[in-house]
Design a protein around this ligand. Structure first.
Ligand SMILES: NC(=O)c1ccc[n+]([C@@H]2O[C@H](COP(=O)([O-])OP(=O)(O)OC[C@H]3O[C@@H](n4cnc5c(N)ncnc54)[C@H](O)[C@@H]3O)[C@@H](O)[C@H]2O)c1
Length: 353
């Protein structure tokens, strides 16, 4: 009998479940054709609706349950009915820390047939891979508020940078660059942030010494924001802190056509915990329930998941089928200028598969 891989599915909120179910269909089809395993999906209803019912984003034994899986596929978390900081700190951010998913891999590629909002960009001319630090930095839950509501109110939010945290994401970025065009750009702000970001720069220099075959650059975040628009083709691998990586990858997503095309993986390279894969986009409340969300980012994320599980043939098949649908020019959802539904796009991907 074929081996099976157990995958936890957290559809989440808004368009999350809509796109994730399509990704599951596509992953099943790819694996049944290209790899000799079966996929066992366990759907977990953790979401803002779950929070409204139970007061928690996930049950107390949720971590144990997740740990019994080979990987996690997540849609998006966030609802206008629950404050974002409650939902984010109730599931997504603790998940990344608890399972030490310290690499957030965010590829950005301009597919043939997709119009970049930037003028005259040829297919494949934008091709970068952002390594975002995912467990510390500006998103560390360190700080507090004092005299809440009073005119004298104070909020303190402390960023946490550790030598180990910087080093491990940078090493991974250099290793990744060796599989690509051998160029790593580090994103910094050490001119203004003289502790955390100066440590970041120093560690980058230390790590770079071990990779003399890789070209390096260090760029201030403000200059990087400009260059992502002005000359995105100059980037290969980019390594950035939690906040900077988060912001820059919305930019890298939109210059490659749509938020609906941007995939990501939250990886624990040591495989001590299941890694988690999700589209970069959020729950898109403005289009939720209309059946028009672009499912391609979720499918590409499922492809990254399969690749992580050693099912490279299926992963490549998904990426090729997505590329073929985009090249064909239709069907496409409204974010890419079409008027097709989520399911129609999935059906087209399945046909190419
Ligand atoms: N990882 C996550 O779960 C995650 C990430 C970002 C935002 N959020 C949450 O999602 C909610 C909405 O946030 P937002 O509006 O800032 O960001 P968003 O990514 O949900 O939406 C931004 C814009 O992009 C469009 N869009 C996004 N994904 C799309 C898709 N697949 N197909 C077509 N169009 C798409 C939306 O319609 C919207 O106009 C908030 O609660 C936020 O906290 C969650």
């Amino acid at each position: 009998m074929a081996a099976s891989k157990k995958i936890a599915v957290i559809g989440g909120d808004g368009i999350g479940p809509e796109v994730i179910e399509q990704a599951v269909r596509v992953a099943d089809a790819a694996v049944s054709r290209h790899d000799r395993v079966s996929l066992e999906w366990q759907r977990l209803p953790w979401s803002s609706a779950f929070y409204k019912q139970t007061g928690k984003m996930m049950p107390d034994d949720g971590w144990d349950l997740l740990q019994q899986h080979d990987a996690i596929l997540l849609g998006a978390i966030g609802s206008p009915e629950v404050p974002d900081h409650v939902t984010l700190h109730g599931l997504l951010l603790p998940l990344r820390r608890r399972f030490d998913l310290y690499l957030n891999l965010r590829p950005a590629y301009l597919f043939e047939g997709v119009q970049s909002p930037l003028r005259d960009k040829a297919p494949g001319s934008i091709d970068m891979l952002v390594y975002r630090e995912n467990t510390e930095g500006e998103y560390a839950p360190i700080g507090g508020r004092l005299y809440v509501g009073a005119p004298s109110e104070i909020a303190v939010q402390t960023a946490v940078f550790t030598r180990r945290g910087c080093e491990r994401v940078m090493r991974a970025a250099f290793e990744g660059a060796r599989q690509r065009r051998r160029k790593v750009t580090s994103i910094t702000k050490s001119n203004a942030q003289q502790f955390g970001m100066v440590l970041w720069d120093e560690v980058f220099k230390d790590v770079a010494r071990n990779y003399p075959d890789v070209q390096t650059h260090s760029l201030l975040i403000d200059a990087a924001a400009m260059d992502f628009v002005r000359k995105p083709e100059s980037f290969d691998v980019v390594v950035a802190s939690n906040l900077f990586g988060d912001i820059l990858t919305d930019l890298s997503a939109i210059i490659t056509g749509s938020m609906g095309l941007a995939a990501s993986g939250n990886i624990n390279p040591e495989r001590a915990f299941p890694s988690m894969f999700e589209p970069v986009h959020g729950s898109a409340p403005d289009i939720a329930g209309k059946g028009i969300a672009n499912p391609l980012a979720a499918m590409l994320s499922a492809g990254m998941l399969l690749d992580h599980l050693g099912l490279g043939k299926s992963a490549r098949a998904i990426r090729n089928a997505v590329a073929a649908v985009l090249k064909a020019g239709k069907p496409r959802t409204p974010d890419l200028g079409g008027n097709a539904t989520t399911t129609a796009v999935t059906d087209a991907v399945l046909t190419f598969l």
